[in-house]
Design a protein around this ligand. Structure first.
Ligand SMILES: [Zn+2]
Length: 448
């Protein structure tokens, strides 16, 4: 298939914008990129898709999300408003996740996947919790992901907050799914080993998790130093700061993701860099939880690999770009902070490299021969010069996710002309409204 008459934004090593460009897709890969005239002459028998002057860009990547959080939208939280992050966990997330049953898990994922496809996010790294249904819960999400046709890596968050049996069940679900994802025969599906956060994990559960993961060729996906409470707990528990404690437990490494890292100190950053551990930044979530601002510019400058996630906020990654760009300026009182290239470094370059941990066979996040055919069509017509050099500012100040008219993942169209092709939004939303009403009842009256 030839997608022609577009302005091709390649990202990747080439990082250029090809005017009157074309992209050739064969199977799940991109096989050629260049000027439309050359490609049309070279592949005269290919089916032609006319992009009509739109941008042809790589699909967006989300380095950390929670499909399970979708049913929180519009839900009343009883009692006084949560006054800090531990209260938010206690009043909202640790009661909502327990209210989810198996079908809720599936539909909570489906509504997020609709959101992702409409907003051009084709690769997602999810972190799941549903303590009432642990065993098999990742299969529910995998079914939703397979139906949607996006690229996703899944894990279950192991925690001690619900006792040793549920901690063990979480470990077992990760191990089961790491095998299942490999056996599934779906190249879009991947797995990791999920852990909640240092503050809900005993030394024994950390050791049990590391032992269970041995030989599975996996890293870990864990929240770290999101609030000050995580650092305080770790110091109380172990005399070590969070990243040091996780390092000593065997959690760090080039396949592991530490989410947030808002309160890490210099030596923790050095440890993150020296172990090649991934960090993800979620500025909208950090603002909403009022936990502070992660020192991501410092980490990027020093060589820590920082990507950009959304923490379940919404799957419109350009909104996360904008939040990152604005937050650091306000926080530091300096408009020079968090330039566009730092945002691109996280959202494009590092997210693409992180995706390679889960999909090593070919690159994502770039339009180049050999890369996976994960791309979007964007109905954006610049009224000032658009170059590879100033593209970040066009995205931050000009791009709206509503301009995305087409989404392709692994060579398959998931949306064309703004019409979803794999998921029925009205039907899924209707069922999700029925199911979420039940989840809200169980949330309001746990144990009923
Ligand atoms: Zn999170």
């Amino acid at each position: 298939m030839l997608i022609t008459k577009g302005r091709v934004v390649t990202f990747g090593a080439a990082n250029e914008i090809i005017e009157d460009g074309a992209v050739r897709v064969d199977g799940d890969r991109i096989t050629d990129v260049g000027h439309a005239a050359r490609l049309q002459a070279a592949y005269p028998d290919d089916e032609v898709v006319d992009a009509g002057g739109q941008l042809i860009m790589p699909g967006n990547i989300c380095a950390h999300t929670h499909f399970y959080g979708a049913f929180a939208r519009g839900m009343a939280i009883p009692g006084d408003p949560a006054r800090d992050f531990p209260e938010i966990l206690d009043k909202l997330w640790w009661r909502l996740d327990r209210a989810l049953l198996a079908e809720d898990v599936r539909y909570s994922a489906l509504v997020c996947l609709i959101d992702a496809i409409k907003h051009g996010t084709t690769t997602l790294i999810d972190h799941h919790a549903s303590p009432a249904v642990i065993a098999g819960s990742l299969d529910e999400i995998a079914a939703a992901v397979t139906q949607a046709g996006v690229r996703a890596s899944l894990c279950y968050e192991v925690t001690d907050r619900n006792g040793p049996q549920e901690a063990r069940a979480g470990i077992d679900e990760n191990v089961r799914f790491l095998h299942a994802a490999r056996d599934a025969g779906n190249p879009l599906l991947a797995a990791s080993f999920g852990l909640h956060a240092s503050l809900t994990l005993s030394d024994k559960t950390l050791a049990d998790s590391v032992a269970a993961a041995a030989g599975l060729d996996t890293g870990f996906h864990i929240h770290a130093a999101e609030g000050t409470s995580d650092e305080e707990d770790s110091l109380r528990r172990s005399g070590k700061r969070v990243v040091e404690r996780l390092g000593d437990a065997g959690i760090l490494g080039p396949k592991s993701i530490l989410v947030h890292c808002v309160h890490v100190d210099a030596w923790e950053m050095e440890l993150l860099r020296d172990t090649g551990t991934w960090v993800t930044h979620q500025p909208r979530s950090n603002m909403n939880n009022a936990v502070g601002v992660a020192p991501v510019e410092t980490m990027l400058r020093g060589g820590v690999r920082v990507g950009l996630g959304n923490d379940g906020f919404s799957n419109n990654m350009w909104e996360e770009w904008k939040a990152a760009y604005l937050l650091h300026k306000l926080w530091h009182g300096d408009p020079r902070r968090m330039g566009g290239y730092d945002v691109v470094k996280m959202a494009v370059t590092n997210n693409a490299a992180l995706a390679r941990v889960f999909w090593p066979a070919a690159p994502v996040g770039e339009i180049a021969p050999g890369a996976y055919a994960d791309l979007i069509l964007v109905d954006y017509h610049p009224y000032t010069a658009l170059t590879a050099g100033n593209l970040p500012w066009h995205i931050i100040f000009g791009f709206e996710a509503s301009a995305i008219t087409g989404t392709m993942c692994g060579g398959r169209w998931l949306m064309r002309d703004r019409r979803l092709l794999t998921l029925d939004e009205a039907e899924i939303a209707a069922r999700a409204r029925e199911l979420s009403a039940g989840a809200w009842r169980r949330y309001a009256a746990p144990g009923d």
